[in-house]
Design a protein around this ligand. Structure first.
Ligand SMILES: Nc1ncnc2c1ncn2[C@@H]1O[C@H](COP(=O)(O)OP(=O)(O)OP(=O)(O)O)[C@@H](O)[C@H]1O
Length: 286
């Protein structure tokens, strides 16, 4: 378990403050959501000990950041966004080198993570010659060298194709048994079946932390779905639309509204993403 208490970190000369009075991150996948600039990457940087807060502290089980930094770092895997890899190195050499830095000498661990992320065909390729999705898989592979207890992944699905995205999510779901995995994302629904907890940040502060069930219940509004004609569609309030899909001679519409928008509509189970819209909209209105 990771425990943050009284954490404050000012960035941009105080124009932004990450402010986390208390937060407990448990085993399983914690999926972190929030608007651009809400502080997701900043929080991951602190968790990964790439940066340090101005105030407060972070404990990892019985280890605390100010006393056990080396041991904590040895139990952390981290993928920031835009991780710069050693461009001229061959992929296998890079992973060997990073394995050795993490105290995992020998080929076995390198071979394991190469297999895990289907990187076999790229062993002898220089990093700079590889496409973005493969580089992302290498970034992910380096993070699980030594099977760390804590994994912090900033938008890990970036640049991956749909099969790789699903493969990674499934891998993380099993990896997170007995370990804490924190991921940031702008696509909550992809994690729907796998998230243990949702953490929502706004303006540098956690606004919600709890189970997906709690996230999609007690919402300030409802989600409605129905099929409408193109004429009727034009009458609907545009600001609250979630999804529009053409059908044979009508449009299938999903929208947010406090009350039923018309006889064509029925109330729908909200998705994680719907709940994000409802909660964000309610917050902006208050
Ligand atoms: N290297 C940096 N130096 C100074 N300020 C920074 C730096 N990186 C980010 N910030 C600032 O910290 C604040 C939070 O940014 P952060 O990247 O943590 O948000 P985010 O939720 O991850 O955003 P996004 O969804 O766009 O990735 C922003 O005001 C941003 O401008």
């Amino acid at each position: 378990m990771i425990e943050l208490s009284g954490v404050r970190w000012e960035r941009r000369a105080g124009a932004f403050t990450l402010d986390v009075p208390r937060l407990l991150l448990r085993e399983g996948i914690t999926v972190m959501a929030g608007a651009n600039g809400s502080g997701k990457s900043s929080l991951l940087q602190l968790l990964a000990t790439a940066e340090f807060p101005d105030k407060g502290g972070i404990r990892y089980g019985i280890m605390s950041g100010d006393r056990d930094l080396a041991a904590i770092r040895a139990s952390i895997g981290y993928v920031p966004t835009g991780l710069e890899l050693y461009e001229d190195m061959r992929m296998e050499r890079l992973l060997r080198y990073l394995s050795e830095l993490k105290g995992e000498a020998g080929r076995a661990e390198t071979d394991r993570v190469i297999g895990l992320f289907q990187l076999e065909p790229y062993r002898r390729r220089a990093i700079k010659t590889l496409p973005q999705g493969i580089r992302q898989r290498i970034a992910l592979a380096q993070s699980v060298i030594g099977s760390p207890d804590y994994l912090f992944l900033d938008e890990p699905l970036n640049a991956l194709d749909s099969l790789e995205r699903l493969r990674l999510i499934r891998f993380l779901a099993s990896y997170a048994r007995g370990r804490a995995v924190v991921v940031s994302t702008h696509e909550l629904n992809e994690w729907e079946a796998w998230a243990s907890r949702i953490l929502w940040l706004a303006d540098g502060k956690p606004q919600f932390h709890g189970t997906p069930q709690a996230w999609t219940s007690s919402l300030p509004g409802s989600v409605w779905g129905g099929s409408v004609s193109p004429e009727r569609y034009r009458e609907l309030p545009g600001g609250n639309l979630l999804q529009v899909r053409p059908e044979l001679d009508c449009l299938s519409v999903r929208l947010l509204a406090p009350d039923c928008p018309g006889p064509e509509f029925s109330v729908q189970e909200p998705t994680l993403e719907d709940a994000y819209f409802l909660r964000s909209r309610a917050r902006l209105r208050n």
